[in-house]
Design a protein around this ligand. Sequence first.
Ligand SMILES: *Cc1c(COP(=O)(O)O)cnc(C)c1O
Length: 244
Amino acid sequence: MDNIQNNLNIIHQRIKFACKKANRNPKDVRLLLATKTVTPERINFALAQGETLIGENKVQELKQKCDAVKELQPEVHFIGHLQSNKIKEVLKWTSCIESIDRFSIAEKLHQRLTFEEKEIDVYIQVNTSFEESKFGVKPEETIELVKKISEFKNIHIKGLMTIGLLSSESTEIRKCFQLLKQLQEEIKTLQIPNVEMNELSMGMSGDLEIAIEEGATIVRVGTAIFGERVYPDSYYWNESKANA
Ligand SMILES: *Cc1c(COP(=O)(O)O)cnc(C)c1O
């Protein structure tokens, strides 16, 4: 657990340093712990260090872990690919879904929210890297999707989320984050009712500095805090789109 504490210190230093470089207030950048495959014990340890926000990718893991970490009352976001048959379960455990990327899922979500007389915050996930394998709405279709989803009164769009290009080319990664920022600005100027555009969830272990320089308000960090995962990320990101 020692290394979690140490790793958290390093991450907060990185965030601070990046904010300084970008002339931003570190208070404006939240750290989300990406906790896929991480045990409740380790999550609880991180929460006990003062962390307040976690993100899970799989409903199965939400179910297994959220009960075990609820004492420290983390805010829980869903950051994985959402399937319609899992909506009910996701609503039980999370206050925000960062990965809404298509109208059909928003429609099903709205139906369920109406039935439960509940409301939820969402971000729209955008595929800024133009990789076929990635989830997320195409950049050029984002504004139309935001407009359509804004009609659902129980769904509150709070911002945008993206996974940057997995690359060693920082210019290419930066382009992804700049694109997300640009979309945010464009959507803001439209002043769509029921849409706020204050949040930009972007940046992970390897590229959080670039994301902060380009305007991230949430960085999602897993590996750099909890260590390498057993499963490759493709296990989480490249599920068959057929069962979406
Ligand atoms: C796993 C994951 C992260 C964190 O990635 P790391 O490289 O481990 O920091 C961020 N966002 C999403 C959507 C993830 O699935």
